[in-house]
Ligand binder design. Sequence first.
Ligand code: GDP
Ligand code: IMO
Ligand code: MG
Length: 429
Amino acid sequence: MSAFVVLGAQWGDEGKGKMTDYLAEKAEVIVRFQGGNNAGHTVEVEDKQYKLHLIPSGILYGNKLNVIGNGVVIDPKALFEEIDYLEGLGVKVTPENLIISDRAHIIMPYHKILDKLKEKSRGKNDIGTTGKGIGPAYTDKVERCGIRVCDLLHTEVFKEKLYENIKTKNDIIVKVYEEEALDFNSICDEYLIYAERIRPFVKDISVRVYDEIKSGKNILFEGAQGTLLDIDYGTYPYVTSSNTIAGGVPSGAGIGPSMIDKVVGIAKAYTTRVGKGPFPTELNDKIGEWIREKGHEYGVTTGRSRRCGWLDLVILKSSARISGLTSFVVTKIDTLAGLSKIKVCTGYKLGDKVIDYFPASLEDLAKCEPVYEEFDGWDESVGDARNYEELPENAKKYLKKIEDFTGVKVSIVSVGPRRDQTIVIEEIL
Ligand code: GDP
Ligand code: IMO
Ligand code: MG
């Protein structure tokens, strides 16, 4: 029995979907504990590609229990579109293989509208949100006016809460942003249809996950986003609105921290970021463009191009500390193949000091100059490797540097998007 977490160690899009799917083979239960459909997780099985946003990446197996935890914010429209999309690809989604927390908060139309209006009003200081209503939905949760899944299932409670919310949100939409007011009746009718469709999936997921752990099952907690998008430890305010770090698991899935055995950090062999915010090792040059094209670095959720840069070990070390990582999975080393020299950031020069942690203040961060170590590159043969011995020597040196710098072992290396393009150095389970 093991409960283990798979999370992003950078700014998201590290390959969590691929690795969750790969590791899910040995798990019976896969749990999403935070975020919403701002996430975009790609899984490739044989010649088929699947893009998941809200539903855990374990769904493709058919016989695993997938759980949407209380820490997730759920857009029911997006949920049912995703279920229909999966069913269109031959993937069954039923109350037997998907359960949804009764405590999860619902994303309402006004959250999506306010996300976009607020973003527009930020002008040049915009965050670059996905516009999915994530921030406003979490805001309502903390402000204690949110609508939960269990509220949606009680028609009178839902109507009352919706009425109050529409009243206050319309005030903001009309008076602050001078946009058109929302209509209570049409939203109410739309969501009451969702209520009936979601009802069979709804459970107290804390009870179920606890029972599964106690009965000796392997449970995989699938993170969305990444450490530097965490609301507390990310590059605030250029972050998402949830705890993406391992600390988000107990509160987002209703389990005790002592139940978690392992925390696996997924790290891309270089760094990418979508949206605004600081990025010390960003490459605004031909190499950055080359990495973007070779690695197909375009957002799964918004289609935006991802900013690309060198691997930043300061970020990985910070991630290892904050989430208590027990191992790394390094993805996309095949993308770097062909570069003669590859740089790795091993510290930030701040004044007359070199620091190896990520500063809180963006003003301090702006003054940080990355200190680089240069590595010799490797060739395309890396993509054909299926065990550690077959990896080019220079790629092995690169992986060793990650281990030495962070003090965390690299257990798996990914050399391509498909399940079989995976090298296990040490079994995680
Ligand atoms: P996630 O959000 O962390 O699940 O990652 P995304 O799916 O947004 O982005 C990762 C992309 O890289 C996807 O298109 C994956 O199919 C792809 N990918 C994952 N691992 C590898 C790898 O080792 N090599 C290559 N070339 N692509 C990979
Ligand atoms: P996965 O799970 C990369 C980024 C957005 C924006 C910021 C806030 O696929 O790794 P939000 O809509 O959450 O309020 O946007 O966070 N962001 C992601 N970047 N991968 C993601 O998810 C992301 N989810 C949100 O681009 O900068
Ligand atoms: Mg993604």
